[in-house]
Design a protein around this ligand. Structure first.
Ligand code: ATP
Ligand code: MG
Length: 255
């Protein structure tokens, strides 16, 4: 899903350069969540991040929009170190679909989706039309579901509101953390297609636990294990990997 090579969209390259993140637990012990990640996502590319639970996928995403700060190395957007960018401006530019929805509980679905429109001061009719469009895109009824609070929605519906919210400002860069984890296979398939088309011009990092989803939606897939990048490439390249752990991972996903 590459952007128009004629340059219709601004460049948007994400580069992890030896990116390191460690957490210190309550007992004071160090835990390395990301151990020197080197990975570049090309402009207009969708790159999937896959790997076992705890392998550092969410950590990698949150370093891009500075929800987390690095302990070493760098993350650059178009060559600029994210640490030099204003975090608020950065988060306006980068759409983020939070794992498990991350909605504000005291706002309705409509208000959650339109949050950035409010911040930007969009006219009420413009905002309402955009919210309707986005809710319909994620197969929710703007009238019915739009009025509900997150606690009144199912897990899959909340996830879809989270996807709609992240796309409000048509971001050039989108981080998606298991956007369809709670969805049934039919809705999931529909949204994969819909979202794939919407992401076409953007640069996207998509975290998923589903290898078929990765191969369907992404140009390349990166496989993480315990904070390390084991392999990155197309489906054919991953399938040809000589690494026995990569082969076991692919085999387990097929089973
Ligand atoms: N705030 C934190 N404090 C301490 N350790 C953390 C914290 N956040 C994450 N970790 C640890 O860092 C590692 C990577 O976590 P991360 O959330 O990036 O994993 P993940 O690949 O997204 O997993 P999942 O597929 O379960 O969402 C895990 O071992 C996790 O326990
Ligand atoms: Mg995660």
């Amino acid at each position: 899903m590459r952007a128009d090579s004629a340059g219709a969209y601004p460049l948007c390259v994400i580069a992890f350069e030896g990116a390191r993140k460690r957490y210190i637990d309550d007992a004071g012990a160090n835990h390395v969540a990301l151990d020197g990640l080197d990975l570049t996502v090309a402009s207009g590319e969708t790159l999937a991040l896959i790997g076992p639970s705890g392998s550092g996928k969410t950590t990698a995403l949150r370093l891009v929009n500075r929800m987390l700060e690095l302990d070493g190395g760098a993350v650059r957007i178009d060559g600029e170190d994210v640490r030099t960018l204003d975090p608020i401006a950065l988060r306006r530019r980068v759409g983020y679909v939070v794992q498990r929805g991350g909605l504000l509980p005291h706002l309705t679905a409509r208000e959650n989706v339109g949050l950035l429109g409010e911040v930007e001061g969009h006219a009420p009719d413009v905002l309402a039309a955009r919210v309707d469009e986005l809710l319909s895109m994620v197969r929710l009824d703007p009238g019915q579901h739009g009025k509900r609070y997150p606690a009144q929605l199912s897990g899959g519906q909340r996830q879809r509101v989270g996807v709609a919210r992240a796309l409000y400002l048509e971001p050039q860069l989108v981080l998606l953390d298991e956007p369809f984890g709670a969805l049934d296979p039919i809705t999931r398939r529909e949204l994969q297609e819909e979202l794939g088309a919407l992401l076409e011009p953007a640069t996207a990092l998509l975290v998923t636990h589903d290898l078929r989803e990765a191969f369907r939606m992404a140009d390349r897939t990166a496989l993480l294990r315990a904070g390390e990048l084991l392999e990155v490439g197309s489906q054919a390249e991953l399938e040809a990997s000589p690494d026995p752990w990569v082969q076991r991972f692919l085999e387990a996903q097929r089973g």
